[in-house]
Design a binder for this molecule. Sequence first.
Ligand SMILES: Cc1cc2nc3c(=O)[nH]c(=O)nc-3n(C[C@H](O)[C@H](O)[C@H](O)COP(=O)(O)OP(=O)(O)OC[C@H]3O[C@@H](n4cnc5c(N)ncnc54)[C@H](O)[C@@H]3O)c2cc1C
Length: 285
Amino acid sequence: MHKSDTCLNTPFMPTKALLRAIVPMSQDNFLFQFRIEEPGPLSSCAPGQFIQLWIPGAGEAPISVCSGSVDGSLELCVRKAGRVTSALFNLVEGDWVGLRGPYGSGFPVKDYVGKDLVLIAGGLGVAPIRSLWQYILDRREQFGKLVLIYGMRHSEMLLFRQEFKLLLRRKDMHVFIAAEEVIGPDLPSVSWQLGRVTDMIKLAEIDECFLAAVCGPPVMYKYVVTELQNKGLKNDNIWLSLERHMKCAVGKCGHCFVGGTFTCREGPVFRMDTLRFLPEVIECS
Ligand SMILES: Cc1cc2nc3c(=O)[nH]c(=O)nc-3n(C[C@H](O)[C@H](O)[C@H](O)COP(=O)(O)OP(=O)(O)OC[C@H]3O[C@@H](n4cnc5c(N)ncnc54)[C@H](O)[C@@H]3O)c2cc1C
């Protein structure tokens, strides 16, 4: 084997991706659309998986894939937070980045077939949840009832605004969009509810037969899980995507090691009854 072959097989080798389009969605959150330059595992990302985004000179950061990748395209919804994401915001269409992955467990979509589903997103947690609803809607007939709940602090933080306008018109799913504060010019076109995702869970027609997929800020989980339990859902029917601090994404560096678990490898999606480190992540009854 040539030395160069060994290098190409390393899990740390990124694939070149061309930045095709940048779509501003809110003040600090943009959608970045990429074309993958080489064939490989990135063309089959499962909902809930993530990639490592590499910007030359800035470093790497884990980012959820927020689209199904079709024909070598892939979308990332990114908040400008620090070194890597700021460098991404400085790029222009036609620039390239490195991507490696996909990594992580993702949502167990095969187990969801034939079941009633409630998808719950808080804030930027809508990114991995979007990959899940796109997967389900592409195969709508395979699934039962579908409820989508999306909450944010302020209505101006709504991401995927145009897509939500279309989702709200669909007859084969029930969409709730909630904000704690609501203002904005195009409110009549979006069915806003004042409140939190937990208020929407109370409103929605969900029963113990539903399976739940949840992603949001850490503070959200405890309250969401309690509301789902109040609706009759058992812990083995609730999946949580937990975005711990990660560096290598392949279970080597130990940054995301908690309670005996590498969350990059075994997560970020966990079925609630299997969470060995539950008390460290969320408090719940
Ligand atoms: C599985 C997974 C999926 C994710 N998916 C997404 C996604 O879809 N979209 C997305 O936008 N993010 C996502 N994230 C979060 C993203 O990886 C982090 O925000 C990442 O840290 C961004 O990298 P960065 O280099 O831009 O920020 P960093 O430089 O690491 O900064 C991150 C935060 O730390 C603060 N910080 C940085 N340096 C300092 C300092 N010296 N002192 C104090 N505070 C500091 C920054 O203000 C910022 O708030 C995901 C994370 C995980 C684990």
